[in-house]
Design a protein around this ligand. Structure first.
Ligand code: ATP
Length: 355
């Protein structure tokens, strides 16, 4: 049995089914991200684990103990929210001590733990400051220290970085990951930012309309999205309709031009149409190469993105975008000129339309 298990968890608010049959098994010490668009139910699942929301049906267990019906304060779970939620009239030290005081810990023990937690987040020197005297990033680190001070069995982070500016977001996410590794604490991190989820997680749960569309490592989710939703949410620009010419050998057509796929051929079985996903970095401009797929069209647009040039090539009804590394020694392709795009069979992914 896994450390934290959600089994057939459902949640409805009135007639609205917000979480539909959610299953998940999380190992001790794992860092899991829930990734999905606004309103897909990420926060609701987190709140059910914390006990702030009841489940409509299903069970939640930690270490084999069913906590579905326990109150939040009986679950020993730490939570950090998007909007810091520090007590404004308490100092940093008092904020971090709060949960320990409520639990009736002796003062000497509280003092030691508060110091330890503030050292962990490198804010020991700010122990007597009030929240209004701290930056957003500092406040969020204090919120993290407060959540960890009670030595929770599980740490829940609900979009903890979304109120911060881009640079702080990156440094704080690295800090969170390093603290999490140091403590070995089982953590669930909610985000709608794919880059954040890919960079920080052991595994990602991609959520869509109250369901887990796909659960996998960042490598699996990025390289092998199972559904159209997952592919588009983790940044596949090219999602194209295909005509299945010969499903058994993986021969399909895109805008009347032949393409060969070698993965997920089971998704072509018995079908005349399919959905093809192609990553822009897997495509090259060139000529028909050895064994590679090639499609011909015309350069429609070239956008300079800094490290890469994004080139859109018009086929017939559809266009394909590809990324080329910026090379100051090579002139960018010209709009309107004829182009051949090439890509390997392994990079042609066949995805499901829905989970
Ligand atoms: P966001 O990223 O915007 O926070 P989310 O994926 O975390 O989105 P939830 O906050 O879990 O989504 O909300 C899922 C759906 O449930 C939304 O449509 C929301 O309006 C609805 N919902 C959440 N809480 C309640 C409630 N107490 N009563 C009624 N509907 C609710």
């Amino acid at each position: 049995m896994a450390f934290l298990e959600l089994s057939h968890v459902k949640k409805s608010f009135g007639q609205v089914h917000v979480v539909k049959d959610f299953d998940m098994a999380i190992e001790k010490g794992e860092f899991i991200s829930f990734l999905g668009p606004s309103g897909c139910g990420k926060t609701t699942v987190l709140r059910m684990i914390a006990g702030f929301e009841t489940v409509s049906s299903g069970t939640i267990t930690i270490g084999g103990h069913d906590l579905t019906d326990l109150k939040p304060n009986q679950r020993n779970i730490g939570m950090v929210f998007q909007a810091y939620a520090l007590f404004p009239n308490m100092t940093v030290g008092q904020n971090v001590a709060f949960g320990l005081k409520v639990a009736g810990k002796p003062k000497a023990e509280i003092d030691v733990t508060v110091k330890e937690m503030l050292d962990l987040i490198h804010l020991g020197h700010l122990i007597d400051r009030f929240p209004y005297q701290l930056s957003g990033g500092q406040q969020q680190r204090v919120a993290l220290a407060r959540a960890l001070a009670i030595r929770p069995r599980v740490l829940l982070l609900d979009e903890p970085l979304s109120a911060l500016d881009a640079k702080i977001r990156v440094s704080l996410r690295e800090e969170i990951r390093s603290i999490q590794r140091k403590l070995g604490i089982t953590t669930i991190f909610v985000t709608h930012d794919q880059e954040e989820a890919l960079s920080i997680s052991d595994r990602i749960v991609v959520m869509n309309e109250g369901r887990a569309d796909q659960i996998g490592t960042p490598f699996e989710i990025y390289n092998f999205p199972r559904t159209r939703f997952v592919a588009s949410f983790v940044g596949t620009l090219n999602i194209l309709p295909g005509h299945v010419a010969d499903g058994a050998s993986g021969r399909i057509e895109i805008d009347g031009q032949a393409v060969h796929a070698c993965r997920d051929l089971a998704r072509l079985t018995g079908r005349s149409a399919c959905t093809v996903a192609l990553r822009p970095e897997a495509i090259r401009l060139g000529t028909a190469g050895d064994g590679a797929n090639h499609l011909t069209g015309k350069i429609e647009e070239v956008s300079f993105l800094g490290a890469v040039l994004r080139v859109r090539v018009r086929l017939a009804d559809h266009a394909i975008s590809l990324d080329m590394f910026n090379n100051p020694g090579v002139a960018p392709p010209e709009r309107g000129s004829p182009a051949t795009v090439t890509f390997a069979r392994e990079d042609v992914l066949i995805v499901e339309e829905a989970a």
